[in-house]
Every structure is written in structure tokens, then in C-alpha cells.
Design a protein around this ligand. Structure first.
Ligand code: ATP
Ligand code: MG
Length: 757
């Protein structure tokens, strides 16, 4: 373990002051790379080592799963050797909500085996309420519902600020009622229903106040109104609260984030102390100067003087390139030269931009990893298999039922589905009971009845298998018996895809979980919250150049950063109109540039093809905000006298088109990226699944049991309990735990999702 004193000695005075302040609410408001996250991790170490606060009493909240995992790693390294360091609750807001609701949700009528609906599921649910609408019509409505919920609003509230009509209200209400009826939650509910619980059940709120004596929040500038409220409810009279953030890095306004949350912290907590960190430890002077020269154009900001004692470094480069292929080629040439793949990252505004790099890198034999791009979990076959499993855990889950009842086709078309669902009231919302009633009574065609019977029998058998603790076999049974396996096997043969391999990977992943309903629930929950659970490879562990959206790079750093696609209409995006929008885009630029430690490359293309259409745009207006003397410029800026668009090798048609566009008064001709210009944020991780890592794998010390008899433990699924027996099965330690809710369960110690308390 690193000595605490050593950790403290590595801090500057202001950072140390922030670590030592543990009695007043604390706000650390500071620029990029000034050590905010380091302050949080050191505070955790200090609290445990010096203040004697048990790790399980510490809650640290970060913004993304990636950031939470990194923080866990950093704390783990600082306190290496302490067996209880994993007991620290280092989570995202959403995963905290899930943890909390699984534990106490029943108090507000929420079954503990709820499913967490992602955006697609939510949309399907809304569609089931309004069958006459097309999904594409409902999509903007669903976004607005989520937006309202993120702001802590419900359909009974005054929604004037959202500029919506009464139809919207009606749809919002129908959606919420349906969600309650099926017993599931969406992402916003993880926060919203947690607030409801804390506001209505004072004994639970008191429990929380006793449980957490220290709450720390990173990237606080991106918390939304609902998260802000949740946090306020979590903080009790003797809880120490510390939030850190940077108003210049607030980039989630489109998701309801309110930068005001951080600026108003001292009003919210009148005894609060504010610490400012002004020294940047990450970047060279040249890089920081570029970041500062752009961000200073934002009016609504807290003035900060960010400086660095780091070396001046080389001048950042600005390259004007022909198109996205030229852009990829430039970058490929640079990274190939010194092969510092792991230290390099390409940052772009929209996910669609990654394709050009992937194609080029594959051709050039450059290893790369796409963070947050297409996803095992998003794949159709995986979603199908998961839908079967979700339905197994919750037989009221209409969305997943509808997805799978006729897939592969078993004669149960939309008409038959309506017939089945019409038994809803009689069956008390239970879909298997509806199937049973529908097959017993008239109304289904022979084919549909046979199909329905088969589906029902399949689930009855699967339920039995699960009760008997055959989780993996049960999952395999569902995938095979539903016809999914054959269906995808055929597709694989036709298209030389590897869908069956992905289904196998899914089943394989299940094998590391406890073989029970609880194990399945835990698996599904981890997956809903953090799809990397299933990624056999954590993209961070893979060698290669990182391809990542600017939004996803929050908190990260790389030796060499390429900021690609610096063109108006792409960055800042097309739908950006108001000053507020521009300021948000400028903050995104600031975040991107400040990820770089040593080398920074900015790239701007004069033509770009995305989703089949070419558009011609002007260089990003942010480039005009940088003093040219700070940059080494390569290529010729489009539209300058010295050569128009100045590239050779373009077809004459393209050339004409460009000249036409350059002359046209509009800024762009046929811009084609992200319809709304809003970032496309995806959950994600690497593509192919083969082996799996559990989030918690306990490591035993030679000859010592991991969980001795008598050890008090906590489980997300069962609550608190005590180890009552311990035996060895082969070389595996197996324990039996009696939970205080009366349940007894067996775990393999190494993989047990248990915290020692
Ligand atoms: P961001 O705003 O991007 O989230 P941050 O303020 O959280 O950045 P950190 O990630 O904590 O900054 O720190 C940036 C880098 O500077 C890290 O590599 C960190 O280890 C290093 N660092 C922070 N403080 C110090 C210090 N006092 N001495 C040396 N290095 C430091
Ligand atoms: Mg940070």
C-alpha cells in the first residue's frame, strides 16, 4: 500500500486543503486536469486510513461506468492490500439508484426483480400504448418524456417550460402508468423513484443517513435536476458532502444537466467551503493555451486562471484535409511512424465518424479500439436472448414478450397478439396466464394456438429449471427451444456472420453468476447498467488507438490527441443556433483539447461523407478563435485565395460543387450528420465476446478463508446476512449465507456478489 503520507505529499497546497476539509460541505471548482479526481480518490484513502471511516460508509458517485471503474482502480491501488477496499460504494448515479431500489423499492410497490428499460425498450412501451403511431413519430416524444423525467418533472407538473401540448401530457401519463403496471423502471426512474422513496419513507432516509457518512461526487457540473435532488436527500445532518467539477466542462445540457447545480452549491449548503485548483498537471503550456483561448469566448462562465508548470511542448498542429479518408490517412501516417498506438486517441463529435478510421486502420494494420460504439449488448441476437431472460424474471414484461412471442415466426401475428393481450385484466397482467387463457378459449387460429402452447410450455419448463438452480442450462434451453438458435445459425451460414457465437458468449457470461433467479437478476441488472459486463474484453485493456466521442472522454487523458472533424455543421453541429448552444459546443471543444498531455492535432476536412451523402463545410468557427501563432498549420484552408479549396485529386464534379457551395450564402449544402446534431451516445464496449470477467472477483490470501463463518455480509439482492457454513468443493470455497430476510443461499466465495460489512 502506498503510504498515506506519500499520497498527501504528492498534492499541492490547495489539493491538500481539499483533502483535509472533512467537516464542512466542500465544493472543488476547478479547470481541466487540475487534479479534481485525484482529490476525490485521495480523500477516500484519507477517510479510510486517517479518519477510520469504514469503506462501506463511503459513497462516491461518478458520471460514467468507465469513470467509476477507473476510480475503483485508483482507490484500489492507493489502498492495495486492504481487503475491504471493494466495499467502497463507487458508482454512477444510475447504478446507485438500482442498488437502492432493489433493496428498498418494495416499500413503494416496486417488485425487487424489476427490469431496467433502456431507451429502445421505453420507446416500445410507449408504442404499445399508442399503436396507431409510428415509432419514428413517438421517438421525439419519448425523448421529451425522458428529458422531463431527468429534470425531476412528472405529468402532473406544470410542463410549460418544455413547450408541450395536452397530447404530450396524455402520452406521458399513459407511458408512466404502463411502466408502473408492468413493474419495471426506465433510466430516469432509477433516480426519480429513489427520490420518491427517500421523500416518502423517513425510516429509509434515516437508514441512508446512517449508512453513508461521506458522499463524494465527481463531474458534478453534469448532474441533472433529478440527480441534484437525489443527492440532497441522501445527505443527512452528519453526512460529509463533497462535490467537484468544472463549469467549463458541462456538456450534457441536452440531457437536462444544469450547470447551475454546481454554481449554486454554496447557496444550497450555506456552511460550504469552496476550494479552487488552478494548476493544471496534465497538458503542456501550448496545449493549455489553445484550450484557454477558445473557452474564454464563453460569456456565462466562472473566470478561472488555469496555468501549468509543465514544459511548453511542441506546437499543436492544425491540418486542413480533403475529406474523411484523407483525415484518416493523415492520422494513420502519424501513428504508424512511432507506433505509440496506446498513447493516441482520436476524438470525434458523432459516432458515425468512427467508420472512416476503422476502415483505414484495418487496411493499414493499425490496432484500435472503439469506445462506446456498436455493442455486443445492442446486437439483435443478444437483445433477443436477453428478452427471453427478462421475460423469465418478470412475466409481466410486455415489451420483451412482444419482441419474442413471434420471433422466430410461430404464427402469432399482431392480431393474435391482441387476442392474447386482451386477457390482461383477467390474468392480472401476467403474460403466461394470458397465454394460458388464450389457448384454452376460442379466438386463436390453430397455428397461433399451437405456437402459443409451445411458448407457454417452454416457459413453464424454463421456470422449473431455474427453480432447480440450472441457470445456464435454462438459458440455453430457452435460446434453443424458442428456435432462436436455428434461426441465427441459418443467418450465419447465409451471411457469414457470428451471431451464434454471440449467443454462446451470452450463455457463457451467465456461467459466472450464481445459479439461481437472484444470479440471473444480478446479471441482467449489471448488464442494463453497464454493458461492458458482457464484453469479454474491456476495451481499455486492448492495445491500440482509442476511437472515442468527445462526450465519452470526460475525465480521461492521453499523451496524443487528434480532434477530428473540426467543421461547422458538424462541430459546432447543425442544429446549434442559440448562443447557449454555441457555448455548450465550445465547452465540448474545451473538454476535447484538454484531454491531451503532450501532443495535439486538430483536423478539418473540406468535404465529408457520412451515411452516403457528401457535404462541404467551412472550418469550425472555433478554429478562428485560436491565435494562428499558436499552431503549426498544414494544408490550405478552404476558401482562401491561394487555391480555393486547394486540393488535388478531386473529380471535377466535386470541385464544381465546392465552388458552388463556397459561393452560396448558406453555410452548407447537404449536411447529413446526426439529425439533431445531438451527440449519439451509446453504451458500449468491444465487439466480440468470448471470455468474461466478473465485476467483483475476491482474491484469497494463502490459507485464509475469503468469507469466514460468522462474517456479516451485504448482498444487493438479499440485503444483510451472515455466513453460516463454509466448505470446499474441489478447490472452490463455497459458503452458505443466512440473510436477515429469512432466505438462505449458497455462493462460490470467489465470485460472490457480497460485501463484507
Ligand atoms: P478533468 O477535469 O479532466 O476531470 P481533473 O481535474 O479530474 O481533470 P485529474 O484527472 O485528477 O484532473 O488529474 C490530471 C492529471 O494530473 C492526472 O494525471 C493526475 O495524476 C495529475 N495530477 C493531479 N494532481 C497532481 C499533483 N499534485 N502532482 C502531480 N500530478 C498531479
Ligand atoms: Mg476528473
Amino acid at each position: 500500500m502506498a503510504e498515506l503520507q506519500e499520497l498527501m505529499d504528492q498534492l499541492n497546497e490547495a489539493q491538500r486543503e481539499a483533502v483535509l476539509e472533512n467537516s464542512h460541505p466542500l465544493l472543488v471548482l476547478a479547470g481541466a486536469g487540475s487534479g479534481k479526481t485525484r482529490v476525490i480518490t485521495t480523500k477516500i484513502a484519507y477517510a479510510i486510513e486517517q479518519l477510520g471511516i469504514p469503506p462501506y460508509k463511503i459513497l462516491a458517485v461518478t458520471f460514467t461506468n468507465k469513470a467509476a471503474n477507473e476510480m475503483k482502480e485508483r482507490v484500489g491501488e492507493m489502498l492495495e492490500g486492504r481487503s475491504d477496499v471493494n466495499d467502497c460504494n463507487i458508482r454512477t448515479f444510475h447504478s446507485f439508484g438500482a442498488w437502492f431500489l432493489r433493496r428498498f423499492g418494495s416499500e413503494i410497490g416496486l417488485d425487487s426483480n424489476f427490469t431496467i428499460y433502456d431507451d429502445n425498450d421505453s420507446l416500445s412501451l410507449l408504442a404499445s400504448c399508442f399503436p396507431n403511431y409510428k415509432k419514428r413519430e413517438l421517438d421525439p416524444i419519448m425523448r421529451k418524456i425522458s428529458y422531463a423525467k431527468d429534470r425531476g418533472l412528472t405529468y402532473t407538473d406544470n410542463l410549460q417550460s418544455l413547450k408541450v401540448d395536452s397530447t404530450f401530457k396524455r402520452m406521458f401519463e399513459a407511458y408512466e402508468r404502463k411502466l408502473h403496471q408492468v413493474g419495471n423502471v426506465d433510466f430516469a426512474d432509477l433516480i426519480g423513484r429513489s427520490i420518491e422513496l427517500l421523500e416518502t419513507k423517513s425510516e429509509i432516509q434515516q437508514w441512508v443517513h446512517r449508512r453513508f457518512s461521506m458522499i463524494l461526487v465527481d463531474e458534478y457540473q453534469d448532474s441533472n435536476a433529478a440527480q441534484f435532488k437525489l443527492l440532497h436527500r441522501l445527505v443527512g445532518p452528519s453526512t460529509f458532502i463533497c462535490v467537484v467539477g468544472d463549469d467549463d466542462q458541462s456538456i450534457y445540457r441536452f440531457r437536462g444537466a444544469e450547470v447551475q447545480n454546481i454554481l449554486s452549491f454554496p447557496d444550497q449548503y450555506p456552511m460550504a467551503r469552496t476550494v479552487k485548483l488552478e494548476q493544471n498537471y496534465r497538458s503542456t503550456q501550448n496545449i493549455l493555451e489553445i484550450a484557454n483561448s477558445v473557452i474564454k469566448n464563453n460569456k456565462g462562465r466562472h473566470e478561472k486562471q488555469l496555468w501549468t508548470a509543465n514544459r511548453k511542448g511542441g506546437k499543436p498542429h492544425l491540418s486542413y484535409v480533403q475529406d474523411e479518408q484523407d483525415e484518416a490517412l493523415r492520422i494513420a501516417t502519424i501513428v504508424k511512424k512511432d507506433r505509440r498506438f496506446n498513447e493516441s486517441a482520436i476524438l470525434y463529435r458523432t459516432n458515425a465518424q468512427s467508420v472512416a478510421f476503422e476502415t483505414m486502420f484495418k487496411r493499414a494494420g493499425i490496432p484500435y479500439k472503439v469506445v462506446g460504439a456498436l455493442q455486443f449488448y445492442e446486437r439483435e441476437e443478444v437483445k433477443d436472448a436477453l428478452a427471453l431472460l427478462f421475460l423469465l424474471t418478470n412475466t409481466k414484461d410486455e415489451v420483451n414478450f412482444k419482441r419474442m412471442i413471434n420471433k422466430p415466426a410461430r404464427g402469432i401475428g399482431p392480431g393474435s397478439q391482441d387476442t392474447i393481450l386482451a386477457y390482461g385484466p383477467e390474468a392480472n397482467g401476467d403474460l403466461l396466464a394470458m397465454l394460458r387463457l388464450a389457448t384454452e378459449k376460442n379466438g386463436l387460429s390453430n397455428k397461433a394456438r399451437e405456437g402459443a402452447k409451445h411458448f407457454l410450455r417452454m416457459y413453464e419448463h424454463a421456470q422449473k429449471m431455474l427453480q432447480e438452480g440450472e441457470l445456464v442450462d435454462c438459458a440455453y434451453f430457452l435460446i434453443r427451444e424458442s428456435g432462436l438458435l436455428d434461426y441465427y445459425r441459418k443467418l450465419d451460414q447465409q451471411n457469414t456472420t457470428a451471431k451464434v457465437e454471440n449467443l454462446e458468449a451470452l450463455v457463457n457470461a451467465l456461467s459466472s453468476y450464481e445459479s439461481s433467479l437472484e444470479g440471473l437478476l444480478l446479471f441482467l441488472e449489471q448488464l442494463s447498467l453497464d454493458p461492458t459486463t458482457l464484453g469479454q474484453e474491456d476495451p481499455r485493456d486492448k492495445d491500440g488507438v482509442t476511437l472515442i466521442t468527445m462526450h465519452n472522454t470526460k475525465g480521461l487523458e492521453f499523451d496524443r490527441v487528434f480532434v477530428a472533424g473540426l467543421e461547422d455543421e458538424l462541430f459546432p453541429g447543425r442544429s446549434v443556433e442559440s448562443d447557449e448552444d454555441i457555448e455548450e459546443e465550445r465547452r465540448i471543444f474545451y473538454v476535447a483539447v484538454t484531454r491531451a498531455r503532450e501532443e495535439l492535432y486538430l483536423l478539418s476536412a473540406s468535404a465529408r461523407k457520412i451515411w452516403g451523402k457528401t457535404s462541404y463545410n467551412h472550418p469550425s468557427r472555433f478554429l478562428d478563435e485560436i491565435d494562428p501563432s499558436l499552431l503549426t498549420v498544414q494544408g490550405i484552408r478552404p476558401g482562401t485565395d491561394s487555391g480555393g479549396f486547394g486540393y488535388q485529386g478531386l473529380s471535377s464534379l466535386q470541385e464544381k460543387r465546392k465552388r458552388h457551395d463556397a459561393a452560396s450564402p448558406s453555410r452548407s449544402s447537404s449536411s447529413s450528420w446526426g439529425a439533431s446534431g445531438a451527440p449519439i451516445i451509446q453504451k458500449g464496449f468491444g465487439s466480440k465476446a468470448k471470455t468474461f470477467t466478473m465485476k467483483t472477483v475476491h482474491e484469497a490470501k494463502e490459507g485464509e478463508p475469503l468469507f469466514p463463518v460468522g462474517q456479516r455480509v451485504y448482498s444487493d439482492s438479499y440485503g444483510e446476512g451472515e455466513v453460516i457454513t463454509l466448505r470446499m468443493s474441489g478447490d472452490r470455497e463455497v459458503i452458505e449465507v443466512r440473510f436477515f430476510n429469512g432466505k438462505k443461499t449458497t455462493f462460490i466465495s470467489k465470485f460472490a456478489q457480497l460485501e463484507k460489512i
